[in-house]
Ligand binder design. Structure first.
Ligand SMILES: [Ca+2]
Length: 393
């Protein structure tokens, strides 16, 4: 999952704003916050006093989840003047109790490993579609996708009827993101977001912009948990703060998630219907065109080829079929009748020759979920693989 930085970074809905915001309700019971705050602060204080890293063992989660690895924690943000000032500013903007925001944000811990994961690969590291593909298109994921599709067929049909987003694309996204909920991340979301908001690695080429992005996500997270009376210390997700089966960032949850099973709450952790409806809604709002292919195969006419011009707009569909082919791209069959704009998508293969496809508006829509053509192609190929494995529909 790439934002152009790293193929595993999840950043969705960057442009999400507060307008047309829904008030989601997530399926975690309200808790009493104050005793928990006290317990965590005491735990941290003890750990800091002896100079040892605080371990996240002070409380039990409501729902046991497989722990992939121990998370070593750092100091809490109550000790950071910058974080406490940000807490006051957030409280003002969101009209929340400043004490609650301070106490909540103050419990967040700095996670050194998050800072490591967020860094882009070293300069010169070749991208490799074949390698990337092999991580996501395998028998395990295809089998899990088949089961998910069969278990949720009626909901997928309903989502497709309402949004025009095909079942197979939703199945592809959820397979690539979390293997249908098997790998939803084990970082406390508030720790991950606070770490990236206040300690974003300065050596990153776009550190100020990214830090601002994560501050905004942290703010949305606090608003979301406050409105739904959910314990912000309980929610877990990716190292970048993405949550649930579809790995929605907080702003995306607030803006695009829907209650698709009609129980009055939005639950992207356990309600497959809410997950399916929300992913479909996300694509619909990012201009998914019902019935349009995601891409076409493409070859080149060496006599006319102007590859620099074709690659200049990157993955943004820009060229009509006429201008695309005039620059030396060769299309065949139904691609020649395509009505909308196209992009030449280049997928590098390490030291081997790149792969190319002609991406449509729907290819671009998938990259709005995760800003990477490699991600989009993996979603599409997993979708196709699962669709081929499905019995006749
Ligand atoms: Ca629901």
């Amino acid at each position: 999952m790439s934002t152009g930085d790293q193929l595993t970074t999840r950043l969705k809905g960057k442009a999400a704003s507060l307008h047309c915001m829904q008030i989601p309700s997530i399926a975690l019971a309200p808790v009493t916050i104050k005793p928990l705050i006290t317990a965590v602060l005491l735990l941290c204080a003890c750990a800091l006093a002896v100079g040892a890293p605080a371990k996240k063992t002070g409380k039990k989660k409501a729902k046991p989840r497989k722990v992939a690895h121990a998370v070593v924690t750092g100091p809490i943000y109550a000790q950071s003047p910058e974080a406490m000032q940000a807490a006051d500013e957030m409280a003002t903007r969101l009209a929340l109790d400043p004490l609650w925001v301070r106490q909540t944000l103050g419990q967040a811990m700095r996670l050194p490993q998050v800072l490591k994961f967020i860094l882009p690969p070293p300069p010169g590291t070749p991208k490799n579609w074949a390698l990337y593909r092999s991580r996501f298109i395998d028998d395990k994921r295809i089998s899990a996708g088949l089961k998910f599709w069969q278990d949720n067929q009626a909901t997928l049909v309903r989502a497709e009827a309402q949004t025009g987003v095909p079942a197979e694309i939703i199945v592809g996204v959820l397979g690539v993101e979390t293997i249908y909920g098997q790998q939803m991340g084990n970082f406390r979301v508030i720790d991950a977001l606070a770490t990236l908001a206040f300690d974003f690695p300065s050596q990153h080429p776009r550190a100020p912009e990214r830090s601002a992005f994560f501050k905004a996500e942290l703010e949305q997270f606090l608003l979301m948990t406050h409105r739904t009376q959910t314990d912000p210390m309980r929610l877990r997700g990716s190292y970048a703060g993405a949550m649930g089966m579809p790995q929605f960032m907080p702003s995306s949850w607030m803006k695009y998630a829907v209650d698709f099973d009609g129980d009055g709450r939005i639950d992207l952790f356990t309600s497959t219907a809410d997950v399916i409806g929300s992913v479909a809604n996300y694509f619909k709002l990012f201009n998914w065109q019902p019935g349009m292919p995601t891409h076409y195969s493409v070859s080149f006419d060496p006599q006319k080829l102007d590859k620099d011009a074709l690659l200049a707009p990157d993955i943004l569909p820009t060229f009509s079929v006429a201008s695309f082919t005039a620059k030396g791209a060769v299309l065949q069959g139904t691609a020649l009748q395509h009505a909308g704009p196209l992009a030449l998508v280049e997928l590098q293969n390490g030291n081997e020759p790149p792969s190319y496809v002609a991406g449509t508006d729907n290819f671009y829509a998938i990259t709005r979920y995760n800003w990477s053509s490699y991600y989009a192609m993996a979603v599409i190929e997993l979708a196709q693989s699962v669709a081929r494995a499905m019995p006749a529909r």
